[in-house]
Write a protein that binds this ligand. Structure first.
Ligand SMILES: [Cu+2]
Length: 185
């Protein structure tokens, strides 16, 4: 090989290496992009629940009230269409209200959660009615709850059994807040 040929060969080699480096870099970049797109799709925020708790009730109470916040971080409105818990025979969606001065509760078929919004289930309003506990529940217990939504998604959460805060003080006039189900809404 003449020196000139040697130089040519070296240049060709370097070009060759540069080509492969570029190709590898592109491949790696493509894989990274594909993976991040995949994980973005998997984690795209839709509905989530937080701050769940169940009001502690004395033994013998056949219904307990559960509260939580349901947030819709997705791009479309969804409805909460059902709830269940292995610790209860069934769970219903209820709305507490006062009709003619009497506290009562209405069973709802669904609760809409508009996109970008959070719906609060809290004492005196929306609540999960946990019906017929299968066992005893004590303060500090954790109750697993599953929520189903109209888009087919399922949200699993655990609710801590807590002492409620003084609902009765807000309700003056001697109405029987406990009358409907024996549990506060
Ligand atoms: Cu209720």
């Amino acid at each position: 090989m003449t020196p000139r040929e040697r130089t040519k060969a070296r240049v060709a080699d370097q070009k060759h290496i540069a080509f492969w480096q570029m190709l590898m870099f592109s491949l790696v970049a493509a894989v990274v992009l594909a993976l991040s797109a995949l994980s973005a799709a998997a984690q795209s925020p839709t509905v989530s629940a937080k701050s769940a708790w169940v009001r502690h009730a004395p033994p013998g109470m056949t219904v307990h009230a559960g509260y939580l916040e349901v947030a819709n971080g997705g791009a479309t409105d969804v409805d909460l269409v059902g709830a269940s818990s292995p610790a209860y025979e069934r769970v219903e969606l209820h709305l507490s209200k006062v009709v003619d001065g009497v506290a009562t509760m209405e069973k709802l078929a669904q609760v809409s959660v508009a996109k970008g919004k959070t719906v609060s289930f809290k004492p005196g309003g929306l609540h999960l009615m946990l019906i017929k506990p299968k066992g005893k529940t004590a303060l500090g217990d954790t109750i697993p709850i599953e929520l189903s939504f109209s888009d087919g998604s399922i949200v699993k959460l655990s609710a801590a059994v807590k002492e409620g805060t003084g609902m009765k003080k807000k309700h003056q006039g001697g109405h029987h807040h406990h009358m409907h189900h024996g549990a506060e809404g």
